[in-house]
Design a protein around this ligand. Structure first.
Ligand code: B3K
Ligand code: ZN
Length: 844
């Protein structure tokens, strides 16, 4: 396969003034006519006329009305064209019903829908399918469906015929079309300037009762973007469509967002609090793209973080405002460490702005998205809030309508703040997670903090240079008072010291408050000092962090030295969780343990070889110890968390349920499954039902409940995804692969549906001790199914390959088994470009 380089970028030789597309829908023989007004690009000397096109049957083409015979290849076509403006017309035939890759135009449960980002439009018609070619689209759809949708505003609709016009120039990846027998949940929004926008959430019949929350989240997002970023919506209509077969969460097509039904449909009975929160965030994310992504798009796919990092940052601000900021920050850090740190420290490491790729779909990663968002957060910390919003205003002003680059983005900050961001730019160009080591000296009332930063070299970045690292610091006095309020230190050198004078008694340094930079902090505090911060730190993140570090250290000692669970940790957590003045959601987070995969990383970093079975065993022992420590208080807290009001998915109720369910798992461990069974029997919402079910399975008392759950919910795909997933996640390590294998024989294991495939195999990959079972059966089963899925859906297959990315940290036996599976997959004839690239990179 061919490698594409950032350094090779050149603009397209032609400009498009407008595009008219006419679709005549048919499951296997859809006809697409295109009429495109091209003219030579004055800013380019390139005169080769190349249009992308894949899997298209060309019926005919003409230039200015005269038939032409272009030269066709697997990737597209070339043609002789005039050195003056001309009209290109073509007709192609495509096969949506045969499109199982879910990219381009495809069918899902009888409806037509599209997914064009990144390079799916070329499967619809011949076109310069690159984001820097922007054009105004008019779309006509002929099809026997009551609902026929495309981008922009409707201009004419009759039965079986619809015409749409999108006045905003856009790249082809934002094109969308939907046709089907759909029902609209309608509402409206009045913008700040008084314009009325019609809003619709389109769903399949039967899903009408799952729309209200998504609609409310959309309106909240529209309001928030006006208030916080001053951004108004710019069309008369905003449509969202829910689709059951979708490779990812959702897609921000202009005026016609298309969502995986799991990322938009929710009712109290069928969706958990976590689902509601995720839906709210994804609706916001896709809506926010209207400005950061659509009005200002990316020049090329190397700039993906320009829209994704910024939009993730914006949606995290939104969630923090709608719910609890500390809880959101801690949850984001847990997720960042689990997914992005793993990626950045393994064979898939790449800079936030990659410099080469084979298949761009493989670069919609935690690094581009989540580290990309962290980079924006650091920029905001460095310049301050007011300067940040000023820079954003300038960005929207200067680049509206552009296909922009990271250079453009940073220039805006430089121009508006006067700051030189040359060194800061390394966050975009260097891969790897910086490690920051802190040592302290204390003398005569002065505390000196000595910082050393080190970025481990990788094949992506062999010679890393120091980065700009904002470190939020506070000092906590011996009595728990804040001696020094949070201030931002800027690390720019490999080594740097900061001195704080006139301190009466030696304080404890609270470093990297609010997780001010995506780094690994090595700060040798004693257990007592950590316990002090756990009890007193005014920074909620660092308080939580110290609890987490104490837990990790204790777990590692349990593995290495057969130590008992650490008393100081258990007591410290007991005190925080019992503190009723704290937010229940925060107290629930305090009870979490580092994941087993995180522990494997910690062991590997310390030069040990992680044993997944041993890690699992001590994690269970620690949970037992927590259950014993909380034996007395857990039933009382559980009781206090019960809610005597109708279900609401808001932060307040969700926080109480989350603490209550954390107690339920301690109670089930210590006192048996009676309370879980009672909760299961009485539950009137999915959060309570699913938490109870998980506890019953864990207590080996789940058979009846699983059967009852299945018969209650077998009509509901999204709920059944939970049923599939939970059984794997909660299986004993020896059984996880077998349970997954058995589930693949279930009549409802519709493996071509990405949600169902991920429910089983995503859960298996997430089950650390089950996936890495010493027998190798976890590896074999996943490899079998990846081989099977690849020809059907390369994108989802390639994404699941990441399950193997940590292979090098395990023992020789496991490494050999994994390598053998990687080789077996790689040897499969006609393996997709997506999967080939992923496995080659992972294998190294
Ligand atoms: N921009 C899309 C992701 C497209 C993924 C293509 N493989 C959704 C999002 O980030 O909002
Ligand atoms: Zn996005």
């Amino acid at each position: 396969p061919q490698t594409i380089y950032l350094a090779d970028y050149t603009p397209f030789g032609y400009v498009i003034d407008d595009v008219a597309l006419t679709f005549t829908l048919d499951p296997h023989h859809t006809r697409v006519k295109s009429r495109i007004a091209f003219r030579p690009n004055p800013e380019s000397t390139e005169r080769r006329f190349f249009l992308h096109g894949e899997g298209l049957k060309l019926i005919g083409a003409s230039i200015d009305g005269a038939p032409v015979t272009p030269e066709l290849s697997d990737e597209g076509l070339t043609c002789e064209v005039p050195d003056a403006p001309f009209i290109w017309e073509a007709e192609v035939e495509i096969d949506p019903a045969g499109n199982t890759a879910l990219e381009g135009l495809y069918m899902s449960n009888g409806m037509y829908c599209t997914q064009c980002e990144a390079e799916g439009f070329r499967k619809i018609t011949y076109y310069p399918d690159r984001p820097d070619v922007m054009a105004v689209f008019s779309v006509t759809i002929n099809g026997p469906h009551p609902v026929l949708l495309s981008n922009g505003n409707p201009v004419a609709t009759q039965e079986h015929h619809a015409e749409w016009h999108d006045p905003w120039p856009k790249p082809s990846y934002l094109f969308a079309l939907v046709a089907g027998d759909l029902i609209a949940h309608a509402d409206s929004f009045t913008t700040r300037s008084g314009r009325d926008v019609a809003l619709n959430l389109y769903v399949r019949p039967g899903d009408e009762h799952k729309c209200a929350f998504g609609m409310q989240a959309l309106k909240a997002s529209m309001r928030w973007d006006e208030h916080v970023y001053g951004r108004e919506y710019d069309l008369d209509l905003f449509n969202i469509v829910a689709v059951d077969d979708f490779n990812m969460g959702a897609m921000e097509n202009k005026g016609l967002n298309i969502f995986n039904s799991s990322a938009v449909l929710a009712s109290p009975e069928t969706a958990t609090d976590a689902n509601f929160e995720r839906i709210e965030a994804i609706i916001a994310h896709e809506y926010f793209h209207n400005w950061t992504g659509n009005r200002i798009t990316c020049r090329d796919w190397f700039q993906l973080c320009l829209k994704e990092g910024l939009t993730v940052y914006r949606d995290s601000q939104f969630t923090a405002d709608m719910r609890s900021a500390p809880v959101k920050r801690i949850s984001d850090v847990i997720d960042l460490r689990a997914r992005q740190f793993a990626e950045d420290q393994g064979p898939l490491a790449h800079p936030v702005r990659p410099e080469s790729f084979q298949e761009i779909n493989n670069f919609y990663t935690a690094t581009v998205y989540e580290k990309g968002a962290e980079v924006i957060g650091m920029l905001k910390r460095l310049v301050g809030d007011a300067a940040y919003y000023q820079a954003l205003d300038l960005y929207f002003d200067r680049h509206d309508g552009d296909a922009a680059t990271i250079e453009d983005w940073l220039k805006v900050f430089e121009d508006s703040t006067g700051r030189d961001l040359t060194q800061f730019k390394r966050w975009y160009s260097q891969a790897g997670t910086p490690r920051v080591k802190v040592t302290e000296t204390w003398q005569d009332g002065s505390l000196t903090l000595h910082f050393a930063q080190h970025i481990p070299p990788s094949s992506a970045t062999p010679d890393p240079q120091p980065q700009v690292i904002p470190v939020a610091l506070g000092l906590v006095g011996p009595n728990g008072d804040e001696v020094l309020e949070t201030r931002m230190l800027e690390l720019t050198e490999a080594e740097q010291s900061f001195r704080f004078d006139d301190l009466g008694a030696r304080p404890v340094a609270s470093i990297l408050r609010d997780f001010s930079a995506p780094v690994v902090l090595e700060h040798d505090l004693s257990d007592d000092e950590r316990a002090h911060l756990l009890a007193h730190d005014s920074d909620p993140f660092n308080r939580w962090e110290q609890g987490r570090i104490l837990a990790r250290q204790s777990l590692l000692a349990m593995i290495r030295e057969n130590a008992d669970p650490d008393r100081a940790y258990l007591d410290g957590i007991h005190a925080v969780v019992s503190d009723e003045s704290l937010d229940p959601a925060y107290r629930a987070l305090m009870l979490g343990l580092p994941s087993q995969s995180d522990l494997a990383t910690a062991l590997h970093d310390a030069g040990d070889v992680p044993d997944p079975a041993a890690i699992h065993k001590v994690s269970e022992a620690m949970r037992d110890a927590l259950a014993a420590r909380f034996a007395e208080i857990a039933p009382r807290i559980y009781q206090a968390c019960q809610i005597d009001a109708p279900y609401r998915p808001d932060a307040d109720q969700a926080g109480r349920r989350s603490l209550g369910n954390a107690m339920l798992s301690l109670i089930t461990r210590h006192h048996g499954p009676a309370k879980a069974q009672a909760q299961f029997d009485a539950a009137d919402n999915m959060t309570q039902q699913l938490a109870a079910l998980a506890n019953l399975i864990r207590a080996e008392a789940g058979d009846a409940a699983l059967a009852a759950f299945e018969s209650q919910w077998q009509h509901d795909r999204l709920v059944m995804d939970k049923w599939f997933g939970l059984q794997v996640l909660e299986a004993k390590p020896d059984d996880a692969a077998d349970v997954a294998e058995q589930l693949t024989r279930h009549a409802d294991f519709n493996w071509k549906n990405p949600n169902r495939f991920r429910a089983v195999f995503g859960s298996l990959a997430a089950h650390h001790a089950g996936f890495h079972h010493v027998s190798g059966k976890g590896y074999r089963l996943l490899a079998d199914w990846l081989i099977r899925l690849d020809p059907v859906n390369p994108q989802t297959t390639a994404r699941m390959c990441a399950a193997f990315q940590t292979w090098a940290r395990y023992d020789a036996a496991r490494r050999n088994m994994i390598r053998a599976e990687l080789d077996r997959i790689l040897a499969t004839p006609k393996l997709s470009r997506d999967t080939t690239e992923m496995l080659t990179r992972i294998r190294g």
